[in-house]
Structures are given as structure tokens and as C-alpha cells.
Design a protein around this ligand. Sequence first.
Ligand code: NAD
Length: 483
Amino acid sequence: MKTNTPTPITIAKGDGIGPEIMDATLRILEAAGAQLAIEEIEIGEKVYLQGNSAGILPEAWESLRRTKVFLKAPITTPQGGGFKSLNVTTRKVLGLYANIRPCVSYHPFVQTKHPKMDVVIIRENEEDLYAGIEHQQTDEVVQCLKLLSVPGTEKIVRYAFEYAKAYNRKKVTCFTKDNIMKMTDGLFHKTFDRIGEEYPEIEKEHWIVDIGAAKLADTPEKFDVIVMPNLYGDILSDVAAQITGSVGLAGSANIGDGFAMFEAIHGSAPRIAGQNKANPSGLLLGAIQMLVHIGQQDVAEKIQNAWLKTLEEGIHTYDIFKEGTSKQKLGTREFADAVIAHLGQKPQTLEPVSFRKDVAGFNIQLSPKTPAHKELVGVDIFLQHGNRNPDALAGELLKAEGYPLKLSMITNRGTKVWPEGFPETFCTDHWRCRFKNANGHALGYADVLKLQQQIHQAGFDIIKTENLYEFDGVAGFTAAQGQ
Ligand code: NAD
């Protein structure tokens, strides 16, 4: 589809090698006929050092809200505390829930141990342990909340299947650790199974993340699209990019409901800044994802094929230059000129790309959901308690408990220590005491408050409580290890 109306986009040249690789990328886009109305904003080191802890000025948000498309060069985060990660801020503020990172090897033109690799990592970008909700609860224990939501999980999983469909991918793999995290990662896995049924033409598989990661590092050619929660995706998208042979060649897209941000995955490489040495390919590949996103697939295709042809001819920047395979070592500007000179050509050895013209962004719809019947059935009360003897603690709590809530279990760091704990289990000062409804009648929150009051009056140090619910009769909490 050839558009004649330029699409408004926002760009930021960033720091270090950012301006050089952005200029090279924009020249290639222009030469290929991309129809863009470009607004430039200032982000990064200069803005941080002016005293703006987010690294982005208020007027920059206005441009982003207007264009909803952001092509971003890497920035330098100044050393020292108090500076917030601009990437995390942008992702969260603009709701960029999906991170898409194609990891492709370009054998034999770029050295790699995995010549046939072509994997797309789709990482959930907003939830999981990255909610940033952490607390010190006792002298000895800190916690980080891992939050996954039904809509958040459904959005990313559906995105992965839609992506696979649009890009003619055959298989979607899901990585989780639901053998341990039965509720959070369990939700992700179950959602994958549920949504996957709507895509019968796509092969589906699930791996526990540890063995899945090992397989990915060993035989990446067995994978196609992989979808995973935030933390695993953060780690494994770097591993996958690295084993293609060069992190410098990967671009990435961050996609939200009305917004998208595109970038290289590498940083601002300050040591080679201003020397016309940097490889602009990572940002260029990010920009190609952007062109597909805004419906300029023909231009995207033309650029990527010219870029592949340039690589194939041994025209390389210093970072991937290798005696024997490479023929010419060029600077940033000259490499961009070479890509421009190859526009209209296709690679011979590497697979040429072709993007479906009828698919740009995906319209991700969430399944309708009726709220479940929720019933309070108990409470976990967390205590800081210095005496490391669980039986003694249980004895004191049994004296403090109040009908209808009865003490049913005590755990320490998740392991059951009462009743019938093992004397070998190491205990910290952080105890979870589970009280269940011992009455046939419905439990009310007032019962929980009364119990807390009694425990508090008995001299215990309550550090937090978690209500125990059943949703449509199904327990919304896990049993303890050893229970
Ligand atoms: P880096 O990615 O900038 O550099 C790592 C290595 O790769 C260096 O040897 C560098 O010279 C090389 N390299 C990176 N990009 C290259 C390219 N396009 N061409 C040739 N060689 C390239 O990582 P770093 O040194 O850890 O970080 C430098 C700065 O970048 C830090 O301030 C960091 O916070 C920032 N950073 C920003 C982003 C971002 O804006 N998205 C991402 C990562 C790091």
C-alpha cells in the first residue's frame, strides 16, 4: 500500500551514537520513499542533567500523544542515583504492553553458532515483577510483588498469536514457570491454552522456562515465536539477540493500544560516539518494524531487502567486519549510502522478506468476562516474630485466635512449619499464619478485623494480611510447600 499522506511520527536522536545512527536511518527511509511527517523531541542525558529526573520534557509528551508513533535512538542514563529509566517510564505511561524482538542470524555473512536462527521474542512489558512494588517487611525479609492480570495476560498472548498469523509464522511457544508459580505463571499458561484454541492453524507448545531457555540457547532453530511474562522475556530476549551473532543488529518494537515505540536494542555506545563508526542496523530494523506498523509495508520490504543485500555483499561496519567473509569496512554514513544504493534489490543467499500488505497494527479485543462469585474463606496474617520455634508460636496464636477463624497452618518463607513441621527447616523472623473459617456460615471482613485485633492485643507484630477468597468455589490461593 503506497500512502501519499505522510504519517506523523516523533523521533529522538538520543545520546552517544544516537544522532549518527538516526541520521543514517532517516536518510535510508527517505531514499526508499517513506512518507513521514517527522517531529523531533529532546530526551536523554541533557534533559536528565537539566534536573528532569525522567529524562523527557513535558512538551515531548505532547508530540508523542499527537503522533502516537516514536522512533527512538538510544540514550545515556547519567551515573548516580535519582534518574528514572526513560524506557520504563515510556512503556508504562503509554501502556506499551508488548515488546517484540526479532532475533535473526545472517549466516554466513555474520558469524554465529546458530546459522538457521529466526526467532521472535514477544515479551509482556508492563506486569510481573516489574510493577516495582517492593517492601522490607521484617529485619530479615524483603518482598517484591509479582502481579499478573487477566486482561494484561490475554492482551500479550493474543498479540503473539495475531503476530504469528500476520507474519506467516507456524508456531507459538509459551515459556512460564507454572510448576512453581501456579497462580501467576499458571494464569499465563492457561490463557495461552485458552486463546490458542482460537488459532487452530498455528502450532502451540509450552515449556517450563528453565529447560525452554536451555533449548533456546542450544537449538534456537526449533523455535519460531515465543511469548513470555516480563522477567523471562527481559532476560531471554537478550540471550536470543546475542546468540544470533550480534546484538548490534537487533531492533525492537514496544506496542500499546494506540501507541508504539521503535528502537535498537543496544545502548548509546559513548566510546565510539562521533566517530562515524557505529552500525545503524539495529535502529534501521526498528524503523522497518515502524513502517510495517504504520501501513508502509512496501517501503519496509524494500529497505530490509536492500539491507540484506548489502550485508550479503560483505559491506559491513567494523563491529561485524571479519576478514574472509567481509569485503568492505565502512563507516555509519557510507554504510547507509550502500543500503540506499541497493534499494530495489533482493538478497540471493539470505531469505528476502515480504510483509503482508493487509496487516499493520492488530486490533486486540479482550474476551468478555462476568465477575465470579467471590467468597471470603480465611486470612493469612504475616508476623515479624523473633522466636524461631514454630510450635511455641502456634501455642501463643491458638490462645489469641477467635472463632470462627481457626489457625490452620504456619509457614516460613512458604514452607509449612506447623502443624507437623520438620525441625530441620530454617526459619527467619517472617511468619505466615493461615486462619480458615471453621464455621459453616459466611465469613465477613469484620471477623478478620476482630482476629487481627486479638492477635495485636496479644502482643504480636502484624506486618501484613492477605484475604483468602474462593472464586466460584475455586480456591484463589495456593497451599504451602510441604502441605
Ligand atoms: P551499549 O549497547 O551502548 O554498548 C555495548 C557494546 O556494544 C560497546 O562495546 C559498544 O561500542 C558496542 N555497540 C553498541 N551499539 C553499537 C553499534 N550500533 N555499532 C557498533 N557497536 C556498538 O551498552 P553499554 O555500554 O552498557 O551502555 C552505554 C549507555 O547506553 C549507558 O548509558 C546505558 O544506560 C545506555 N543504554 C541505553 C539503552 C536505550 O536507550 N535503549 C539501552 C541500553 C543501554
